[in-house]
Write a protein that binds this ligand. Sequence first.
Ligand code: 16G
Length: 248
Amino acid sequence: MEILESAPPLDRQGPIPIFVQIKLILERAIALGELTAHHRIPSERELSSTLGASRMTIRQALVSMMADGSLYTRSGKGTYVAERKIAQPLQRLTSFTEDMLARGLRPASRVLTEELLSAPLEVSQALAVAPGVELVRIRRLRLADEQPLAVESSHLPHSLCPGLLEVDLSVHSLYEVLRTRYGIRLASAKQTIEASEPDPEERELLRIPEHVPVLRIHRLTCDDDGQRVEFVRAVYRGDRYQLHVDLR
Ligand code: 16G
């Protein structure tokens, strides 16, 4: 592999730890397209002899890249290059459909469940409705270019969107339907994001490789009058998402 073979010798006297230098070499090979998504990288033994570092140091670099989400393993099969992450700016209130289209990806949804239910306590508090008020709950698997990216469970007061369950949300954007059918313009949201382990169902739905965490996102979205419209619990693949914020 050219980039690996032509990499400058590791600097053993300098301040940069050897495993970090190895990471930089591999990251460069990925950035320049010599190692591409879902291709197996050379084995630890091969990397050790090509780069002149111990297998333990190679392992340390690979484990660190797995934690960053740029590599993943398949048991007994080796280590592979992960797909590039989707960079999600956090400043704008957008829908999944808009986000994916803006990146040139094809959005799709699979409706897992949709129902009317009496608001459970936590959701009623988030939406500022009395416990027991009728809500619409829609749980969807969200895909981009046919790859599962997220599971989103949206809760909305049924009084704001009566008949929403008649709409086929596997083909329509929820935010588009809220705007066109109910005249609801979403204007602001509060969101919390936590790293977490997927449960077995989420792992299967999202086809998550081993050792990959998820981002658990809770979001409360309001319309332009400040009315609380949607409370969502979402699980995003940690290896495909990167959240961006501009700080001032
Ligand atoms: C985003 C929102 C979700 C909303 C969806 C609407 C988060 C975590 N989720 O994914 O709350 O339901 O957009 O997407 O921000 P849609 O209009 O494509 O159905």
